[in-house]
Ligand binder design. Structure first.
Ligand code: UDP
Ligand code: MG
Length: 312
């Protein structure tokens, strides 16, 4: 039978945290008086996380535990949890006690005001300075690229209506872009301020490397949002621009040669003209290939490039 709530929690080497969190979470869930399930995803932990999860599961039939064969990353863990979840509303959060289960009613309250997604905003974030700074910059860049409206896309504590994930698969480190992707897919996204605590046990799993990875993911997300239905508009546009520039330079050089009888064979400009035209033609060909690939993608998956809310 469908539950009211599914709580999805990725855990990677969070032994001690998992156990403490369960107690706090359970208290909040019982006070809500809704049917619920808690789905833990053990993302290839090498500590006692799974042993703790097994124990929790043996005590509580509302708990489900997914164990990954190895560490596949937080996004994969979310994806596994979301596809398994049966709740009408899915709440995601971190296992490391940095999020507060007491904030869940707040998210649900906001959702009742007519939103499909409610994101936590760690207004008073308790992380090392450098982490807060890079995260702030990343949020800025992300916002300008994706027209996202929320402040904090790095906070895992969020509530989603189940239908948000119909036909959506998450790849790479895409979990930070879920609000942006869902906004683009036409869901109503909002946010509420939530608590945040310093990490007490265990270590953070993310270092400086995530900045570059995050930026590369951003390019992919941007492409999907804007051009996935029409790759030719991006590549064709670029192609026409570069070949046009190349042709202009070519015409200029031809006038120099035939009208003014200057030698052009040793001019770097000639090389540039040829290069631009070739690149331009390649872009246009990329556009055509992209178009073929996109059509194959949608048709082979039986997917549409639009989402229907309801039919009357
Ligand atoms: N996590 C995971 N797989 C990973 C990395 C992280 O399941 O490969 C989980 C981790 O156990 C935690 C959450 O994702 O519950 C957030 O990770 P972390 O606290 O290290 O990130 P930070 O808060 O430092 O950004
Ligand atoms: Mg954390």
């Amino acid at each position: 039978m469908a539950k009211d709530l599914s709580i999805v929690i990725p855990c990677y080497n969070e032994g001690k945290n998992v156990y403490i969190l369960y107690g706090r979470l359970k208290k909040v869930l019982l006070s809500l008086k809704k049917t619920y399930e808690i789905i833990y995803i053990d993302d290839g932990s090498r500590d006692d996380t799974f042993a703790f999860l097994e124990k929790i599961r043996s005590l509580d039939s509302n708990v489900r535990v997914v164990k990954f064969r190895k560490n596949f990353g937080q996004t994969a863990a979310f994806d596994a949890g979301f596809s398994l979840a049966e709740g009408k509303v899915i709440v995601s959060m971190d296992a490391d006690l940095q999020n507060d289960p007491e904030d869940i009613p707040l998210l649900l309250g906001k959702m009742r005001q007519g939103f499909d997604v409610v994101c936590g905003w760690r207004a008073d974030r308790k992380d090392p300075f450098l982490k807060k700074l890079t995260s702030k910059l990343a949020n800025r860049v992300r916002k300008s690229f994706t027209k996202e409206t929320i402040h904090d896309s790095g906070c895992s504590l969020r509530a989603y209506k189940k239908e948000c994930f119909d036909g959506l698969t998450l790849y790479g480190e895409m979990h930070r872009y879920i609000p942006a992707i869902l906004t683009w897919r036409g869901f109503k996204v909002s946010e509420v301020k939530v608590h945040h605590y310093p990490r007490q046990f265990g270590k953070t799993k993310y270092g400086a490397k995530r900045v570059l990875k995050g930026f590369l993911d951003l390019i992919v997300v941007k492409f999907w949002m804007q051009y996935s239905g029409r790759p030719m508009h991006l590549f064709g546009g670029l192609g026409f621009l570069t070949s046009f520039l190349g042709s202009l330079i070519g015409i200029y050089l031809a006038i120099m040669k035939f009208v003014y009888h200057q030698a052009i064979g040793n001019r770097p400009l000639l090389l540039l003209a040829v290069l631009l035209v070739i690149i331009g033609v390649q872009f246009i060909v990329f556009g055509i290939l992209g178009d073929i690939l996109i059509k194959t993608y949608y048709e082979s998956n039986g997917k549409k490039n639009y989402l229907i809310e309801k039919i009357l």
